[in-house]
Each structure stands twice: as structure tokens, then as C-alpha cells.
Design a protein around this ligand. Structure first.
Ligand code: URA
Length: 424
């Protein structure tokens, strides 16, 4: 086989055979297929698509490029959640220990943020001492101690995806549903979880801007998980406005701890409890109600064990940015709009995110929201507080927020927090 034959086949709208897919993924991982050939193939796939069989074969080939984790030594079912990413999406932080407190093990491999959406590892790394890199044996130890572990994926997991995702990032080929679905699911299936709940975000702050494209991505991923023997469910959830009130690494850890202490913003609590119920149901674990576990301290206990088992100090003071600036409501009325993408971009410009993979993030930087769409505001009251290490960052963040919020006489309809549920 050769790469040109495979590229031509997809360019000319033919289905790729399983043998062609297996060969091209393996040869690309070994360096036999060149980056320029793989980028031509990725572009042909972006333009001409792949059917369900091709996507399944592509996903399985990427899984086979590396190791597959195995949790059969554990005596309880495993469940995980994956979010396609959004602004203020800190749900993994309260969710993983909450599900552990309710009786399932949560082995979660997470990523760092790129662009306007934050990364779970960046958030947790704002806790002094906390370590993202664990060996497989350390992961098992943390799971046995705390019931949940959140850490970085090792280089052995789906190496074909690692190489291909970096290539797609620089060749305009990220936005392909078959490639996104196979990329996410190859890692989640290789991670070895028995049950998986996908939180597919919809709106300006998300990858998928419309419910239709989000639904197509969710259906594709649910089919891939189910075909691979993972009990998989997806929720489509709103990302037209930020989730919760905190956007930024340490700010989001603080808000997560409030949720684990039985408080926190209503939307974060609602989504955390809903996802926990979905994970427990998919894992076949019943008995404890997640809403109660947030109130009785058991989820908080699991959080403290999880953080300490990864070297973190759950009682340590979190980093704070040196400077703050307040944005005030321009008039009195109802906040009708607070755009998720603009707030994410502002937080990124304040230092909470990175432009390149190797850039550092500022743990204290970000945006705190004092009102959410639908809330009454008075002219001059604080709407947002910007946090940054240097005052020089405020001007570009304010530019990002230009036109991002509106105050009007009456509230406007917004997407429901949970838009739909997708099953196989
Ligand atoms: N996240 C991934 O892991 N892969 C994609 O292709 C897009 C988002």
C-alpha cells in the first residue's frame, strides 16, 4: 500500500477500506507516511467525510497505536466524563470526587487548555504541590485511596492521535466531525473506562456553535463508544454563556470547592449532579444520591483525599493575581447577554490560557462574573472583575469584551442548561 493511493481514494469520494485505514495510521505513527501526506488525507476527510464503519476503523487503529489501560483489578465499576470544552467549565473538579463518593471509580485522563477554553490540568495545577503526571501504578494507588484520579495522559496512549491532532491544529483540519469524534473516543476507549458520559457543549464558547452540529458529534461519539463496548451517553449542554461565575484556573478551583461544600452557583451544581447521575446509571451503580453527597461532606472528603494523594495540599491558599479591574453595568435593567466566547477570550488575554502548548499560564488570572444572563442589574454595579498579574493586560481583555454583554428592559430566552440527551 502507499499513501498516495489512500489520499486519492478519499479525494475521489471513495470509502477507505479497513486495511487502508489500519495501514495509514500505523505507517504515519512510525513515520513512514509523511506529515504532508497525512495533512492531505486529513483535508480530504474534512471535505468528503467518513461513514460509520470508516470512523470506527480509524478510531480502533488509533487505539491500537498505543497502550490500552485496564482497571479489572478494581472491585467496583469505572465511569468517566468528557467535555468538549467551554468557558468556566470546571465540572470535572467537583464531579470526579462526587461520583467516587457515590460508589464508582473515576479514572480520568485530562488535558491542558489551548485557546479560549481552559484545561482541567491547568486548574488543578494551581493547587500547591499537585502533580498531573502519574505512572499507571500511581494512578491505581490514587484510585484505591480516593476513588477518583485526574491526571495527564501518558505518551503511550493513542500516540497516533497525539501526532495527528498536532498536525490538524496547523493545517486547518480540526473542524471535521469524524476526526474530532475519533480523536476524543480513541483516548477515552484506550483509557479503559467501563462507562462514559459525554458533555457536548453548544454555543459561542464551544467547539460546536449549533445544536445540529453538536448533535451530529454526540451521535458519532456515542456510536463509537457503544461499538467498542463502553456504555456511552451524551448530553448537549449550553455554552452560549459561561458556566458558573468563575473563569480562570485558581478562581475555578475555589468555585469547585464551594460546590463540594454544598454551595456554589446553581448551574454548576445542577450540571454536576446531572452528570453524576448519568455516570452512576451508565456504570450500573445505585444507592447514593449525588445531591446528598454534596451536602453531607462525603464528596468533599473524596476531593481532599484525591488532591492529597497527588501531592496537593487541599488546605493551601490558592494563588491570587496581583491586580484587579472592575467592569460596571452600563445601565439598569436585565442582563440579556453575556457571551461565553468573549469572556473566555478576555480570561485568556488576562493570562489564564496559553497560545502555544509550551506557554505557562497564570494561575490567578481570569474573570469573575457578578451577574448572569437573566439577572437584574443596576447602572454602575460591578458586572465583572478582571484578575491579572500585570495591569498592562487589562486593555486587551476589555477589547475582547466589547459588545459581549447587553442590558435590556426584559430577559431574553436562552438555551436550556441541558438541551438534549443522546443514547445509542
Ligand atoms: N479534542 C480532542 O481531543 N481532539 C479533537 O480533535 C478535538 C478536541
Amino acid at each position: 500500500m502507499d499513501a498516495i493511493e489512500v489520499i486519492r481514494a478519499k479525494r475521489d469520494h471513495h470509502e477507505l477500506t479497513d486495511a487502508q485505514i489500519d495501514w495509514v495510521i500505523d505507517a504515519y505513527t512510525r513515520g513512514e507516511v509523511a506529515d504532508e501526506q497525512m495533512s492531505a488525507l486529513a483535508m480530504a476527510i474534512l471535505l468528503n467525510g467518513m461513514n460509520r464503519r470508516e470512523i470506527a476503523a480509524w478510531t480502533q487503529a488509533m487505539i491500537r497505536s498505543g497502550e490500552r489501560m485496564d482497571w479489572s483489578a478494581l472491585d467496583r465499576p469505572t465511569a468517566d466524563k468528557h467535555s468538549t470544552g467551554g468557558v468556566g467549565d470546571k465540572i470535572t473538579l467537583p464531579l470526579a470526587p462526587l461520583v467516587a463518593a457515590c460508589g464508582a471509580f473515576v479514572p480520568q485522563l485530562s488535558g491542558r487548555g489551548l485557546g479560549h477554553t481552559g484545561g482541567t490540568l491547568d486548574k488543578l495545577e494551581s493547587i500547591p504541590g499537585w502533580r498531573a503526571s502519574l505512572s499507571n501504578d500511581e494512578m491505581l494507588d490514587v484510585l484505591r485511596t480516593a476513588g477518583a484520579v485526574v491526571c495527564a495522559a501518558g505518551s503511550g496512549l493513542a500516540p497516533a492521535d497525539k501526532k495527528l491532532y498536532a498536525l490538524r491544529d496547523v493545517t486547518g483540519t480540526v473542524e471535521s466531525i469524524p476526526l474530532i469524534a475519533s480523536s476524543i473516543m480513541s483516548k477515552k476507549i484506550a483509557e479503559g473506562t467501563g462507562a462514559l458520559v459525554l458533555d457536548v457543549k453548544v454555543g459561542s464558547g464551544a467547539f460546536m456553535k449549533t445544536t445540529e452540529t453538536a448533535r451530529e458529534l454526540a451521535e458519532t461519539m456515542v456510536a463509537l463508544g457503544t461499538d467498542a463496548g463502553v456504555r456511552t451517553v451524551a448530553l448537549l449542554t449550553a455554552m452560549d454563556r459561561p458556566l458558573g461565575r468563575a473563569v480562570g484556573n485558581a478562581l475555578e478551583v475555589e468555585e469547585s470547592v464551594e460546590v463540594l461544600a454544598g454551595g456554589g452557583p446553581a448551574d454548576v451544581v445542577e450540571l454536576t449532579v446531572r452528570l453524576a447521575r448519568e455516570m452512576l446509571e451508565a456504570a450500573g451503580v445505585s444507592g447514593k444520591d449525588p445531591a446528598k453527597a454534596l451536602q453531607d461532606g462525603s464528596a468533599m472528603d473524596a476531593w481532599r483525599r484525591m488532591i492529597a494523594a497527588q501531592g496537593g495540599d487541599p488546605d493551601a491558599l490558592l494563588p491570587r493575581a496581583a491586580e484587579t479591574m472592575t467592569v460596571e453595568a452600563p445601565e439598569s435593567g436585565v442582563l440579556t447577554r453575556l457571551d461565553a466566547y468573549a469572556v473566555g477570550l478576555a480570561a485568556w488575554r488576562l493570562g489564564a490560557g496559553r497560545a502555544r502548548k509550551e506557554d505557562p499560564v497564570s494561575p490567578g488570572a481570569g474573570v469573575m462574573l457578578h451577574a448572569k444572563p437573566g439577572d437584574l442589574v443596576r447602572a454602575g454595579q460591578p458586572l465583572l472583575t478582571l484578575h491579572a498579574d500585570e495591569t498592562a493586560r487589562f486593555a486587551r481583555a476589555i477589547e475582547a469584551l466589547d459588545g459581549a454583554y447587553a442590558v435590556g428592559p426584559a430577559s431574553r430566552p436562552q438555551l436550556p442548561l441541558v438541551i438534549d440527551r443522546i443514547t445509542a
